[in-house]
Design a protein around this ligand. Structure first.
Ligand code: DQA
Length: 145
């Protein structure tokens, strides 16, 4: 019925051992399994990509023009300053859902600003791994509409 691309930004490969008090103990593979399970309920295919490198994420977004109906992205720290990631997302013109494990508005001031949010359909922040599950539900609605 549709195809999703889930992009995890810098340091999210360390989930499960990184700042467990903030991000919890579910690994990136665990999150990806939760996403796959939820996507299956809506007959959505999912591909996953993680990189610690801004340019690689830009390349991946550019390639997404071939065949994705929605991008779910947790840009990690790139959220707060990467105009390059933002511009790539605008260029490909695919609906974007921004996700965060933590509630970025409850944290340090420098995390309160997202350069992605204003070009996303919406942002889901603060529900731990469930942020991604909720994003899949939102993607299913967007694709259906
Ligand atoms: C994050 C929040 C960012 O501020 C941080 O740099 C991350 C993870 C989150 O999922 O809560 O790497 O995107």
């Amino acid at each position: 019925m549709g195809k999703l691309l889930v992009i995890h930004g810098p340091n999210l490969n360390l989930l499960g051992m990184r700042e467990v008090a903030v991000y919890g103990n579910v690994t990136i593979d665990g999150i990806n399994r939760m996403v796959e399970e939820e996507a299956g309920k809506y007959s959505l295919d999912v591909d996953f990509y993680q990189s610690n490198h801004e340019g690689d994420i830009v390349d991946k977004i550019q390639e997404a023009v071939r065949g994705y109906d929605c991008i779910i992205i947790n840009p990690g720290a790139l959220t707060h300053y990467s105009i390059a990631v933002r511009d790539a997302l605008v260029a490909v013109d695919i609906p974007v859902i921004e996700t965060h494990l933590s509630n970025i508005y409850k944290r340090e001031d420098f995390r309160h600003k997202s350069v992605i949010a204003s070009i996303a359909v919406g942002q889901i922040s603060g529900f731990g791994p469930q942020s991604y599950v909720l994003a899949v539900r939102a993607a299913a609605e967007i694709i259906k509409a």
